[in-house]
Design a protein around this ligand. Structure first.
Ligand SMILES: C[S@@+](CC[C@H](N)C(=O)[O-])C[C@H]1O[C@@H](n2cnc3c(N)ncnc32)[C@H](O)[C@@H]1O
Length: 267
């Protein structure tokens, strides 16, 4: 039995509690940064399973994400950075015709086992690289909590721009880059491009990095990829929906959005 752990750009499978590390990506220097020398021991990771079993009540993002998508039935939909297929399965149940793509072969393998009927098309690919098979193809592209984890985010957005059909939509959830300061992940908002560990995951014995970029850079990359920004939605994360650390720069009772949704359209 495999336990999936969503990480990027590596991904991992544990078998019988033993760790098996798989190099999932070609892109390079940043991987050195990662964790090659580390031995990661972690107990069975419950995050993925728990999320699947929970209703959306305590999920600050997904209900809003689905609301802004509206009716997805029949839409040719790409789940960009689908991981083990959580969002792909939700959208397929809602009638979308879903293709899930992720750079991590081990996660795609798990995603396929969770879709035994083969309703969803899964593919392993680095979305920072061109994807000519799907040129101008998708009505809808979704990407849930991926952008912060992508090393070449400009390449990623360029690819998404090329595979969206004219009039197609791109909707992405992401960690609000401003919140990285508030959460004391980083001390300098303008320290763009650096990799930083997700400390919550690190505390669980898993070293995962994100790449900090400013919101200005993300928006500019979306526009350069040919998208028009239609809406930006700040997602409230009230007390209790996040782990309050002692170094969180947010007084108790204050509210700050830790996540956001970007809604874009290809003209
Ligand atoms: C935090 S996970 C989110 C996974 C999934 N969207 C979910 O909500 O479960 C980020 C995902 O982005 C994928 N990823 C990172 N860089 C990628 C790239 N260049 N191309 C495709 N997938 C990528 C990782 O492998 C990982 O599965």
């Amino acid at each position: 039995m495999y336990n999936a752990l969503v990480v990027s750009p590596f991904s991992f499978l544990t078998e019988g509690g033993k760790l098996k590390k798989t190099r999932m990506s070609l892109f390079s220097q940043h991987l050195q940064l990662s964790v090659q020398e580390e031995r990661w021991h972690f107990r069975d990771h419950k995050l993925v399973a728990a999320r699947e079993e929970a209703d959306f009540e305590h999920d600050p993002i997904m209900p809003r994400f689905l609301k802004v998508l509206g009716d997805v039935s029949g839409l040719l939909t790409l789940d960009a950075g689908c991981g083990e297929g959580y969002f792909s399965r939700i959208l397929a149940r809602l009638g979308a015709r879903v293709t899930g793509i992720d750079i991590a072969a081990s996660l795609i393998e798990i995603a396929r086992t969770k879709d035994p009927e083969g309703t969803i098309t899964y593919q392993v690919a680095d979305l920072s690289q061109p994807l000519p098979t799907y040129l101008n193809h998708f009505d809808l592209i979704v990407s849930h909590l991926v952008l912060n984890d992508v090393y070449d985010y400009r390449g990623f957005l360029t690819t998404l721009g090329s595979v969206a059909r004219s009039g197609g939509r791109l909707v992405m959830s992401l960690n609000n880059p401003y919140s990285y300061v508030v959460r004391s992940h980083i001390t300098n908002y303008f320290d763009s491009g650096k990799a930083f560990p997700y400390r919550g995951m690190a505390e669980e014995g898993v070293k995962v990095h994100f790449y900090h970029r400013t919101l200005e850079e993300y928006v500019e990359a979306c526009l350069s990829a040919g998208f028009q920004l239609q809406h930006l939605l700040d997602i409230p994360t009230p007390e209790g929906t996040f782990k309050r650390r002692s170094d969180t720069l947010l007084p108790v009772g204050y509210q700050f959005p830790f996540f956001m949704l970007l809604m874009l359209r290809k003209p």
